[in-house]
Design a protein around this ligand. Structure first.
Ligand code: MN
Ligand code: MN
Length: 297
């Protein structure tokens, strides 16, 4: 584990997140939000660990702008901006919810506070299920519901979900946090009218290479090679490949790679009853006395 790279990635991620929090995005398109935040990462010497997610209202996660996505933020919207920075494959994963409808301020506060409570109990040896219990209790104190089927995760080099989950509710079967691993903690919160879980939507606009096998389609193999060279096995967006391929061609070739199971497409995740969702997220490394929260500014 390269702690210096984790810390450097975290510093960039924290700065970019705080700028995104302060900015007034009303009237801005999702395409502009994603490309603006991504260029802030690159400007600071980081690489994007995944396409910036700009998930609106009832969309909980995994939405990134399509090429030329012209959906505009209005003064009643709530948008989760989830960004990832990597340095030599060591990742900082962090998120902020910006909300322009005061009716949903409590939702945002619940996610932020639950994350804060979780961070304050972290140290080496703490059980992930106990972190989940803390998040659940805090969220419920706000009269909100945690999303039970979204969770935080361990991180690995060039790997965003490295196998272990930090739940947002108490759950059976767990593990103890180790000081030799980095983790992301990310409470997702919905209203008390929500079902408290997400379902997969038909839309898929985030992809990742999952295999390096050949497809016998030369053009598709060339795209797979390009993806490997530029993004490794980390997620990418169509926006990122249309500089070198036309949008239509890129979609065609991606479909080939998805059918051959060379590329995985992530479905957009939506609150099951269509209620709004807020999120907050930090990346941390446990220590004997607490945690190095790499994405704390
Ligand atoms: Mn994230
Ligand atoms: Mn995450």
């Amino acid at each position: 584990m390269k702690i210096d790279d984790y810390v450097a990635a975290g510093k960039i991620a924290a700065e970019v997140r705080e700028n995104a929090r302060k900015k007034n995005w009303i009237g801005t398109s999702l395409f502009e939000i994603c490309s603006d935040v991504e260029s802030e990462i690159v400007k600071r010497g980081g690489k994007c660990a995944f396409p910036v997610n700009a998930s609106l209202n009832e969309i909980a996660a995994h939405y990134t702008a399509e090429p030329n996505d012209q959906k505009i933020i209005s003064d009643t919207d709530l948008v989760k901006i989830d960004l990832g920075v990597q340095i030599n494959g060591y990742i900082a994963d962090t998120a902020v919810t910006v909300c322009y409808d005061p009716q949903y301020d409590t939702l945002v506060q619940a996610a932020e506070d639950a994350l804060k409570s979780a961070m304050s109990m972290i140290k080496t040896g703490v059980k992930a299920s106990d972190v989940g219990r803390t998040i659940e209790n805090r969220v419920k104190q706000f009269g909100c519901k945690p999303i039970i089927n979204l969770s935080g995760h361990s991180l690995g080099q060039y790997t965003i979900h490295a196998g272990k989950s930090i739940p947002n509710v108490w759950s059976i079967g767990s593990f103890s946090l180790s000081d030799s691993e980095a983790y992301a903690c990310e409470p997702f919160v919905t209203t008390n009218k929500g079902l408290g879980f997400v379902r997969n939507d038909k839309t898929k606009n985030i992809f990742a290479l999952v295999s390096r096998k050949k497809t016998k389609n030369d053009e598709a193999d060339k795209l797979a090679e390009y993806i490997w060279t530029n993004f490794n096995m980390l997620p990418f967006a169509l926006r990122w490949i249309v500089k070198d391929w036309s949008e239509q061609k890129a979609r065609e070739l991606l479909d080939v790679l998805i059918k051959r199971k060379v590329v995985h497409a992530y479905p957009v995740l939506v609150e099951a009853s269509g209620q709004r969702v807020a999120q907050a997220e930090h990346t941390f490394i446990p220590t004997e006395s607490g945690a190095t929260i790499t994405t704390l500014l």
